[in-house]
Design a protein around this ligand. Structure first.
Ligand SMILES: NC(=O)c1ccc[n+]([C@@H]2O[C@H](COP(=O)([O-])OP(=O)(O)OC[C@H]3O[C@@H](n4cnc5c(N)ncnc54)[C@H](OP(=O)(O)O)[C@@H]3O)[C@@H](O)[C@H]2O)c1
Length: 214
């Protein structure tokens, strides 16, 4: 697939690299320096290149939105027409100081994003994982027991695209239901961040759901 990365920081940089290593064509966009985008593309290999958000969106089969919540309107404006696009968002609706969610309980960042781009298909995924985990999970992906990763969305085809990418990166994809479930996954992402950055085990932490034997 062709995958456009909107926001090439910790999340977008790592996930874009792994999508490229999994064989997808990747365009890295939206960082403060063009050199950084070029470096990322070079490191990710021959399937990757640097571009503008509009170039990342053009012909993309899927877009990864990985920006701070305050940048959302700017990046959408730069990306241009997104009708019919699959948008995977890992962006959390955090306040400027990254101390808490500015949307919650009765809505979620993913649902508010869907309202901003009503003709696109938003899937909420990857935000429950500290970025430091991605390379380790990818390298261990042939192991029988993969860590779980929940995703949610309203469009079945877009969710299939998301599930495929989640598996490509090395996780087991768990369908959590419609997009409104992001109201529960986004606070869960804060728990994962808390455990990763303020807990004792550090960010090398990926969760797994297991069925309790009945
Ligand atoms: N990091 C995690 O472990 C994690 C986990 C779960 C969810 N999330 C969520 O994922 C989203 C992305 O997080 P992140 O950690 O990847 O953030 P980040 O490292 O700060 O990346 C954000 C990207 O946006 C770019 N950017 C910021 N201001 C810009 C501007 N004015 N013009 C152009 N580009 C600009 C940054 O450019 P530069 O590259 O030049 O800085 C960077 O590439 C956030 O919503 C966060 O809450 C993150």
């Amino acid at each position: 697939m062709r995958i456009g990365i909107l926001g090439s920081g910790l999340m977008g940089g790592k996930l874009g690299t792994l999508f490229a290593r999994s064989g997808h064509d990747v365009v890295f966009s939206y960082a403060r320096s063009a050199d950084k985008l070029k470096r990322l593309a070079k490191e990710a290999g021959h399937n990757a290149r640097a571009g503008t958000p509009a170039e990342a969106a053009q012909d993309a089969d899927a877009l990864l939105l990985a920006i701070h919540w305050l940048r959302i309107d700017d990046v959408l404006k730069q990306a241009g027409e997104l009708s019919g696009k699959v948008i995977l968002t890992c962006s959390l609706p955090m306040d400027a100081g990254n101390t808490g969610l500015v949307i919650g309980q009765t809505s979620s960042g993913a649902e508010e994003l869907a309202k901003k781009v009503p003709k696109a298909n938003v899937v909420c995924a990857f935000n429950t994982v500290p970025s430091e985990v991605f390379f380790g999970v990818y390298e261990a992906k042939r192991k029988a027991k993969r860590p779980s990763l929940v995703y949610c969305g309203d469009d079945a085809r877009s969710k299939e695209v998301a599930a495929g990418l989640i598996r490509d990166v090395g996780f087991e994809a768990i369908d959590a239901g419609p997009l409104r479930i992001a109201r529960y996954t986004e606070p869960f992402a804060l728990l994962m961040g808390q455990l990763a950055y303020e807990g004792t085990d550090g960010p090398e932490l990926a969760y797994r759901f297991e069925r309790y034997p009945g």
